[in-house]
Write a protein that binds this ligand. Structure first.
Ligand code: FEO
Ligand code: CA
Ligand code: CA
Ligand code: CA
Length: 739
């Protein structure tokens, strides 16, 4: 999601920035002398105590990349290398019901959108179906394609004249959720609620390639209204049911719907995890509610939730204004967190406690109830990527919390993996995803890292003065506070995690950060850059982002320590000291977000959600052939930026992976205007790649001044307004993609 600057810097904990730790370790004064040195990228001799990562020759790539890297593109189309083509599989608003009219692309629909493809296609996963209708790990030519629909940042396109609030239509165009205070129309809001969530659609491979089966009984929409179980560890879930109670469900055992579904995970037993990311913006508070306990207020602040009604002179607020439609109709009243009733059973003060989870969905059982997996923590979940399953060992799920200065987590199952559970569906999910341990990552300056268990047994959590934990259940419910308490490392906005099938190493994109958090004096080894965007489009901080990777000690998912380095630094090719990965005009990129390894080719597919180099090229997808943790060297980063007219500089040591060069890092796809590229999976064998194009035309100025008209401009659906879509990429010669 591009959520332009609406992610919340709500981490006010005093966890150390590792600059301080490193300064101590490296002896301040002499280090300062090193800082003044010339080159941005200087190989350092190994320092005492820093010998865990050694410089080595890059390991040989598993495959060569078999296509020519793309030049930058500003075309309003999906651009691919020669020899490749794409088709659109489905786009926002496509009908999943023969009884519904084809999408008008004018906002004319008056149905509630619950039988249409949602908006803002994000993560994607494929589930093959065998002839008996069961889950299959091999290509049967028939599958369910599951797509997350992230947000309604540009919900204007689904209404005739754009979003309406306070009687004004289209006024707040391009401003994410800046709602003019006042009532919104019911039809607009119900369409917006239902275009969130997840689409499950049947796809079949025919002579024309992969197409959607519009009339399949397996087609399903999960929306922000679909009931879901609140599931968690047997010993602790009861302790927090009271915090989930709402007027709609007074036992605190059910939640309604899922929101802002961003990254995802696929479980080895054949289900889908959809991650609830920046869900806080959907809630507001009206005036007139009772005062809330200080602890509840502290929780709301930490999660970026509304904690007060708008001030008397305020005219706008960040929200969708969904609650304004009705105070009595629960479909709308639930978005108001004010304590308006006599108790929590009479209002929706607790509604936000039912969001912020990984939600398990069983695509092959359309009647199954999704489960919110409380044990995996409550965050701005970006992805939930499973370790390589090994029989008889626990599984780990790697998770980012996508806001600036948030953390990287993992959940380790109590149950050990039994391959017989493959295909077992959501019942098996209860076995693996309710009981286990939740950890947060600390990246140390010596290239090592620690997984710190989030448990009430830890005195730092039990005695945390900033937030009083009553029980282990609250550690799951208020995960961010618990992570603050144990000194986790604040990262540059963790997005997707991916696991290298060759060696089990875990890669996590860190999309970017701003000067509010990163200055030359506020960096650490794992987030080492603070500089100014080379041509000034995006300001200062870490405007281009990076990708960190780590290898668990002993190669086991349950390890409590790991070794890390930085796989790639995003940069413009002319960014000087900031271009630490030696990127060229042919493979420069900025703001990495989506990340996935092809099990067929081993290619690491990397996708961008950028605003820093979009003056030169639209967002893109690149193919990388990585080596392994430790294949590069220790380097000294030269940081320089101007903040409030004052130049600041400094250096920071870190560990960077081997330079890939154009041979091992190539631009494969560039999207249309104003989009981000997010979500990629393949048909087994790698001869078809499914990729999502999210929010083309996001920076449109009005419905008559559109930034993009894709995909209508390329013959898909009715021309005019831009639409998010899933595309299928194939090679003209039928070969394996990218190889
Ligand atoms: Fe929804 Fe973090 O991108
Ligand atoms: Ca994302
Ligand atoms: Ca530039
Ligand atoms: Ca720039």
């Amino acid at each position: 999601m591009s959520h332009p600057d609406h992610e919340i810097d709500s981490n006010l904990s005093h966890n150390p920035h590792f600059e301080q730790i490193l300064s101590k370790a490296l002896n301040g004064p002499s280090r300062r002398t090193i800082l003044r040195g010339g080159l941005g990228l200087a190989g350092l001799a190994m320092l005492p105590g820093c010998a865990t990562i050694t410089a080595a020759e890059p390991s040989a790539p598993a495959n060569a990349l078999g296509f020519a890297s793309l030049d930058k593109s500003l075309l309003d189309d999906v651009v691919l290398p020669p020899g490749y083509r794409y088709t659109v599989l489905h786009a926002t608003g496509d009908s999943l019901d023969a009884g519904l009219a084809a999408y008008s692309n004018t906002g004319a629909e008056t149905d509630d959108w619950s039988r249409r493809i949602g908006d803002h296609h994000d993560a994607i996963e494929i589930f093959f179906i065998d002839p008996q209708g069961r889950y299959s790990q091999t290509d049967t030519g028939r599958a369910l394609l599951v797509v997350n629909h992230e947000s309604s940042a540009d919900a204007h396109f689904m209404h005739p004249k754009g979003q309406t609030s306070n009687g004004v239509t289209g006024k707040k165009f391009t401003q994410f959720g800046d709602w003019d205070l006042g009532v919104r129309p019911e039809l607009e809001v119900i369409k917006e609620i239902n275009h969130h969530g997840v689409s499950v659609v049947e796809v079949v491979r025919g002579p024309e390639g992969w197409t959607m089966k519009t009339d399949s009984p397996l087609n399903r929409r999960i929306t922000a209204q679909t009931p879901a179980r609140i599931a968690g560890p047997r010993a602790h879930i009861q302790d927090i049911r009271a915090q989930m109670v709402t007027r709609w469900e007074t036992a605190g055992s059910m939640a309604r719907g899922t929101l802002n579904n961003c990254g995802h995970g696929k479980t080895p037993w054949g289900t889908y995890l959809t991650c609830e990311e920046n869900w806080a913006f959907y809630f507001q508070m009206s005036a007139g509610g009772a005062a809330l306990p200080p602890k509840e207020m502290a929780a709301r602040r930490r999660y970026g939730l509304a904690s007060a009604a708008p001030a008397a002179n305020q005219t706008r607020a960040i929200s969708q204004g969904w609650h304004t439609v009705s105070a009595t109709d629960d479909r709308f009243a639930r978005w108001n967190l004010a304590a308006l009733g006599a108790n929590a059973e009479r209002d929706f003060r607790n509604e936000a406690n039912t969001f912020g989870y990984n939600v398990e969905i069983d695509p092959l059982q359309p009647a199954s109830t999704p489960a919110k997996r409380v044990s995996m923590g409550r965050l701005a979940h970006e992805s939930a990527t499973c370790s390589l399953p090994k029989a008889g060992q626990p599984l780990a799920f790697y998770m980012g919390c996508d806001s600036r200065n948030e953390y990287i987590y993992k959940f380790v199952t109590a149950a050990v993996w039994d391959p017989k559970d493959t295909g077992g569906g959501i019942v098996v999910g209860d076995k693996y995803l309710n009981e286990g341990k939740l950890y947060v990552a600390r990246f140390d300056a010596d290239g090592r890292g620690q997984w710190i268990e989030l448990t009430i047994q830890d005195p730092r959590i039990a005695n945390y003065s900033a937030f009083k934990f009553e029980n282990q259940g609250e550690v799951y419910l208020y995960t961010r506070h618990a992570a603050d308490a144990v000194g986790a490392t604040k990262m540059d906005r963790p997005e997707w995690a991916a696991v290298n099938p060759k060696n089990g190493e875990v890669y996590v994109t860190l999309t970017n950060n701003t000067a509010a958090n990163r200055t030359p004096g506020r960096v650490d080894a794992a987030n080492p850059r603070a500089y100014t965007d080379v041509d000034g489009k995006k300001g200062s901080g870490n405007p281009n982002g990076h990708i960190i990777r780590f290898r668990e000690d002993g190669d086991v998912a349950s390890a409590t320590a790991f070794r890390w380095d930085i796989f790639l630094f995003g940069a413009e090719e002319d960014a000087g000291d900031a271009n630490l990965s030696g990127l060229t005009a042919r493979n420069s990129f900025s703001s990495p977000d989506g990340l996935w390894f092809s099990p067929t080719t081993g290619i690491c597919w990397l996708q961008t959600d950028d605003g820093a180099m979009t003056d030169e090229t639209h967002c893109m997808m690149l193919a990388a052939l990585p080596g392994q943790v430790g294949d590069g060297s220790k380097v000294r980063v030269n940081n320089r930026m101007v903040v409030n007219g004052v130049e600041q500089s400094g250096t920071q040591e870190t560990f960077v992976g081997a330079t890939l060069g154009e041979a091992r890092l190539r631009r494969f796809l560039i999207g249309p205007k104003g989009c981000e590229i997010t979500g990629v999976t393949e048909a087994p064998g790698g001869r078809a790649l499914f990729v999502n194009i999210q929010h083309p035309g996001e920076e449109s100025k009005s419905l008559t001044d559109l930034q993009s008209q894709w995909p209508g401009n390329k013959g898909y659906g009715r021309p005019g307004r831009p639409r998010s879509a899933t595309i299928v990429i194939t090679r003209n010669d039928g070969g394996v993609i990218g190889a």
